[in-house]
Design a binder for this molecule. Structure first.
Ligand SMILES: [Zn+2]
Ligand SMILES: [Zn+2]
Length: 343
């Protein structure tokens, strides 16, 4: 089968022929229909220190995908050939304290698809059944491929109630836009999104016109929030930028007693003036990683089923797998929403 591999410890990747993966008794073999490019894939392609620390080469990368089950392991119950599935990226061990107490997504022996085990930029992929999410027959494969990042947004957002809340999303790449859409779908009263990229702000204005899109490099975000909240600040802020200024702004916009979810990954330590940012504010701070297995998936499925939001416009580009270099370079430029590869 055709697969996109990281073979050399340097920038780039190789499209090559490899054997179809053999599956174990607890796995599914999936014929990949669509795979989305994630920031993680950019790290791997670019061979950043993040990737150097985690990958053992060679490795098929890509982890946001969906496809059709073509083979079922001997122990598997509940899935049959022909089922459509989407993949949860975090492979839980199912044995550790975290897994046994309902926190599989923070498993102590966590493995990640496309990072620690072969992923899905390929014609076929081995999917542990513990990571398989069944889709309704006829689901658009593009939608199946982006459920994983939609779940990242949902996990950060739904740490507590969101109905009636005012909130800001700092950073409006694809996950930021999903966040704004989900917040509105779940009954948020007022939504701000911010980014320093004009491309991304334009994307937000087009896809979520109900949200107020502001550029902190140019607009007075604090003044806009003060006006909307009579100076009290926001109930909820979702921080996706992973930057120092973004994190500082997240707290600056927050009402006393409000909550912040930190989702964006800083590439270096961030300094925060904690006295006013957190302590005097009595801020509630959540770290948020991955998706709850499977609470987040059910929640997103419910909102999609009710037609409460349409995430498909966040997909801005589609490429055949052969054009992987163009696709990955486009996502690295930042001037794209979600980008889909088809094997
Ligand atoms: Zn991802
Ligand atoms: Zn575990």
């Amino acid at each position: 089968m055709k697969a996109l591999l990281k073979t050399e410890p340097q920038q780039g990747a190789t499209l090559m022929d490899v054997p179809i993966p053999e599956i174990g008794p607890d796995d599914l073999l999936v014929k990949v229909q669509a795979a989305a490019i994630c920031g993680t894939d950019n790290h791997i392609y670019d061979w950043t220190p993040w990737a150097q620390e985690r990958l053992t080469l060679p490795m098929i990368f890509g982890h946001e995908y969906c496809g059709e089950v073509v083979q079922v392991g001997a122990n598997v119950r509940g899935f049959v050939e022909g089922d459509m599935v989407a993949a949860e990226t975090h492979i839980p061990c199912l044995q550790c304290h975290q897994c046994r107490t309902g926190r599989q997504h923070t498993c102590e022996q966590m493995k990640i698809i496309g990072v620690h085990v072969d992923g899905a930029f390929s014609e076929y992929a081995r999917l542990p059944v513990a990571c398989a999410w069944k889709l309704a027959p006829g689901t658009n494969p593009d939608l199946g491929a982006i459920l994983e990042p939609i779940g990242v947004a949902a996990n950060g957002l739904f740490k507590d109630r969101i109905d009636g809340a005012s909130l800001a999303v700092i950073g409006c790449g694809p996950i930021g836009i999903f966040c704004a859409q989900l917040a509105l779908a779940a009954g948020a009263r007022r939504v701000f999104v911010t980014d320093v990229s004009e491309y991304r702000l334009e994307m937000a204005r087009r896809i979520v016109p109900e949200a107020t899109a502001l550029n902190p490099a140019r607009d007075d975000v604090r003044a806009a929030v003060d006006e909307a909240t009579s100076g009290r600040g926001l109930d909820v802020v979702i921080e996706l930028s992973g930057s120092g200024p973004g994190t500082a702004q997240a707290f600056d916009l927050l009402a006393k007693g409000g909550r912040v979810s930190l989702v964006g990954l800083p590439s270096q330590p961030i300094t925060l003036e904690m006295t006013s940012a957190i302590i005097y504010r009595e801020a509630v701070v959540y770290g948020s990683t991955g998706r709850l297995m499977w609470d987040t998936w059910y929640r997103v499925e419910g909102l999609l089923k009710e037609g409460k939001f349409d995430p498909l416009p966040v997909i801005t580009h589609r490429f055949p797998m052969e054009e992987y270099a163009q696709a990955l370079e486009l996502t690295m430029s930042g001037n794209a929403g979600k980008v889909i590869l088809y094997p």
